[in-house]
Design a binder for this molecule. Structure first.
Ligand code: MG
Ligand code: MG
Length: 253
């Protein structure tokens, strides 16, 4: 069941997503060789709570931390630990925050110092695939238009799309209907309308699309151990243009 949001509810979602955006920027400021992903988790949790919000991920289906930190060949749902980031690594930081009864959800993949041109191209392509999907998130289009646009960009650049995880509706629950796939045919699926709010989140692998889940029950890794990237925005379907409720501006400035 899809919950359509009022303009007032979309404003509340923007508040939650702005906290997430600023948390990601705060984490990003601290990313450097030698810091552990667990230290980043503490920075995120403290920042979210200082904003008066609650980390959405902490305790979600038993998830032990406030952010997911997925390094290099880890695709999504990496659990923060004592791993020390080193130059040339990439780390995706996925973050959620709950305030006023609504969740924010966004993810950014950071480079730790200089990275190879190949890996930089993967990050650029994944982010561009996200914005390509967002360009289709307008009233009258179909969910398949979003999915197909993401797939066309990432695969067109020679990368592969992970199939096992998808984007989702978001609101009073972190995960709501509909599923937002990162692949599939255009002009199919649900017709988009104003009031729908979805998290669009391509997960793109440099090599094969194949993944496996580690013994911790959470961490998804690429089978070929080549790197993977993940970018996510929460967006409200618009009449002519989607409204991006999260933001990478705080990170990138
Ligand atoms: Mg997320
Ligand atoms: Mg999400």
């Amino acid at each position: 069941m899809i919950f359509l949001k009022t303009d007032e509810e979309i404003e509340l979602l923007k508040i939650s997503n702005t906290i997430v955006a600023k948390t990601l920027a705060e984490v990003g400021r601290n990313i450097k060789p030698g810091i552990t992903t667990l230290q980043l988790d503490k920075i995120a949790e403290t920042y979210i709570r200082d904003c008066g919000a609650v980390p959405s991920f902490l305790g979600y289906n038993g998830f032990p931390n406030s952010i997911c930190t997925s390094v290099n060949d880890q695709v999504v749902h990496g659990i923060p630990d004592n791993y020390e980031l080193k130059e040339g690594d990439i780390v995706s930081v996925d973050c959620g925050a709950l305030i006023n009864g609504f969740h924010g959800d966004s993810c950014y993949t950071f480079a730790v110092g200089p990275i190879s041109h190949e890996v930089a191209a993967l990050l650029e392509s994944t982010k561009a695939a996200l914005y390509s999907g967002i360009s289709q998130a307008v009233e009258g289009k179909r969910l398949g238009d979003v999915s197909a646009a993401i797939q066309a960009k990432a695969e067109g650049d020679g990368f592969s799309i992970v199939r096992e995880f998808t984007g989702h509706g978001i609101g009073r629950n972190m995960h709501e209907d509909p599923l937002v796939r990162n692949y599939g045919p255009s002009r199919r699926g649900l017709k988009l309308r104003k009031g729908m709010v979805i998290a669009i989140e391509p997960m793109v692998n440099m090599g094969s699309k194949s993944i496996y889940i580690k013994k911790d029950g959470w961490t998804a890794c690429t089978t070929d151990h080549l790197p993977a990237a993940h970018f996510e925005h929460t967006v409200a379907i618009g009449r002519d243009k989607a409204e991006i409720l999260s933001s990478f501006d705080f990170i990138e400035k």
